[in-house]
Design a protein around this ligand. Structure first.
Ligand code: NM2
Length: 545
């Protein structure tokens, strides 16, 4: 170890480790990138707090204009990605292994990490109320607040949290993993992938712009997540304690989350993050399991089955529906908005998933992200959406009618109150949300640290101190937003607007992936590709399987 550390020093911090070496390295930080991106974020936070109305107006206009202009391309792109990944999974290219080693994590933990990192705590908010937005203003021409609107509302919810959405995560992960493990290039950041594809230096202007866009959207996405869920959690805790919701409760929640995730991020992916995500998965399973059995189980089963059928039958139409004649706002407000929302998370998920997927075949990554990811969402959403929809249909809580009050927060809490032993469920709800949040912040701080570490290589992690720094930033920036009462919608819009250039970056990455795969295996038949990419150290593979 000392030998390697010294070697690292001699090479000016550019350590070269052998394959077996697993290490947290002392690489130099990209100070320019860190300072520019923090300055940009700070400037935006300040501007938003000084000119909230103008900021909102500009962001809304920009959102309207860009979704009009790029709406159809965004829909076509997302649909195209699904088709492309489907092809890839079944072709010989699917046999390529991302690093010829045994996978580092057991499949169960690997899927749990993907699911819990990609879904933040706002998922719990959407899981209760999303159907009611669609019920009030449905898609595909259904009549508002009708029986059909109920049916479509769940189908649309599954669509927006299904195959296409996970395909957007997957298409970001594949080129990064290919660049890192198959091509063995250095750098676990978007700019280094772009450099190995286009030749534009990660350290040059283009590279910096790419990483700044990434850091900005990542922090924007997390601000939406925290901004949506912290007030909801405070309200839930205040309602159990029978006190008024205050900013102090917000702070206590943030403090608890920070301790959990900072500690786990500090301990690293294997010792910390994996434990938090495993715990998160167990808690989520217990939470939805109990709710399924004591809630409207039969309704949940039949409505979920129906929604899956409705969604699958109409998948292509839902994917490409632009409402061209009536010019309704549903496609922009929801489908296009959602794809862009998933894209704000896509690069950080791409980097994180790449990091945990060494040793997996391409087809494994595709099947698990698209199928396990979607099924995980459908089970979670199926149980919670139906609980809330059932409470609405039976007149227990007017979920759809009370959306306007506070975005539906109190309605969610009232739905939980409708359960027997409600205090227990509310506490459970808070714990599950906190764990969701901690695991997302964990993976986000890891990827930000990886992005801002120069020339990271396979088997290397950014230093603990550097990860801690980003833990601090990912909490501080969204907290400031909540504290200065920055208009959340504007933050949301701004983060989403930036995901349009991110899509362009994704297109370049897809081009690179295709080029690399063709160069590597184009002339080889499938069985040779399979053989070429088999695990080199079988013993180790058996042990971890
Ligand atoms: N998605 C929609 O905090 C959250 O759960 C936000 C983000 C998955 C990109 C959800």
């Amino acid at each position: 170890m000392i030998h390697y550390a010294m070697k690292g020093k001699l090479l000016g911090g550019d350590c070269i480790y052998t394959k077996e070496e697993k290490s947290t390295v002392k690489k130099s930080y990209d100070v320019t990138l860190i300072s520019i991106s923090l300055a940009v974020v700070l400037a935006i936070v300040l501007l938003l707090s000084i000119f909230p109305e103008q900021g909102t107006a500009i962001a809304d206009q920009l959102f309207g204009f860009l979704t009009q202009l790029f709406g159809s391309p965004v829909l076509l792109f997302t649909f195209g990605v699904v088709v492309f990944l489907g092809y890839l999974a079944f072709s010989k290219y699917g046999e390529i292994r991302l690093g010829k080693e045994a996978p580092q994590f057991k499949t169960k933990s690997w899927i749990a990490m993907m699911l819990t990192a990609g879904l933040g705590s706002a998922t719990v908010y959407w899981a209760f109320v999303e159907w009611s937005f669609y019920y009030n203003t449905p898609g595909l021409g259904a009549e508002a607040q009708s029986s059909l609107a109920y049916e479509w509302s769940l189908a649309y919810n599954f669509f927006h949290w299904g195959i296409s959405a996970w395909a957007l995560y997957c298409i970001a992960a594949l080129p990064i993993a290919y660049h890192f493990y198959v091509r063995k290039n250095k750098g676990l950041s978007l700019s280094s992938v772009i450099e190995s594809i286009t030749g534009f230096k990660a350290n040059g202007v283009v590279g910096k712009i790419v990483d700044i866009i990434f850091i900005f959207t990542c922090l924007g996405g997390l601000s939406i997540t925290l901004g949506l869920s912290v007030p909801l959690l405070s309200q839930a805790i205040a309602s159990i304690l029978g006190i008024e919701k205050t900013f102090t409760i917000d702070l206590v929640i943030i403090a608890v989350i920070s301790v959990i995730f900072t500690l786990s991020a500090y301990l690293g992916i294997e010792k910390g993050v994996k434990r938090v995500t495993d715990l998160n998965t167990v808690f989520v399973l217990i939470f939805i399991g109990i709710i399924f059995f004591i809630g409207p189980s039969l309704f949940t089963l039949s409505n979920t089955t129906n929604a899956i059928g409705l969604m699958m039958q109409n998948f292509v139409h839902m994917s490409l529906w632009t409402d061209p004649i009536d010019n309704g706002s549903f496609p922009e407000t929801w489908t296009i908005f959602y794809w862009l929302y998933w894209v704000t998370y896509a690069p950080f998920m791409g980097i994180f998933v790449a990091r945990i997927s060494r040793g997996r075949r391409i087809k494994e990554l595709i099947f698990n992200m698209l199928i396990s990811g979607s099924v995980g969402c459908w089970v979670f959403f199926g149980i919670l959406q139906n609980l809330s929809m059932d409470a609405h249909i039976n007149g227990i809580v007017d979920v759809a009618g009370r959306l306007g009050e506070d975005g539906g927060n109190q309605a969610i809490i009232d739905v939980l109150y409708s359960l027997p032993a409600s205090a227990f469920f509310i506490i459970f709800f808070v714990v599950v949300s906190i764990l969701f949040l901690a695991s997302t912040l964990d993976s986000a701080s890891y990827t930000l640290a990886a992005t801002a570490t120069k020339g990271l290589r396979d088997h290397e992690d950014p230093s603990s101190l550097h990860r801690l720094f980003w833990c601090f930033v990912v909490v501080l920036v969204p907290m400031t937003m909540i504290f200065i009462d920055a208009p959340l919608n504007t933050v949301k819009t701004a983060a989403i607007v930036t995901s349009i250039p991110l899509m362009a970056i994704l297109v370049v990455m897809i081009y690179g992936l295709i080029r690399w795969m063709r160069e590597d295996v184009k002339d080889l038949p499938a069985h040779v590709v399979k053989e070429k990419y088999k695990i080199e150290n079988e013993k180790k593979a058996k042990k971890s399987a």
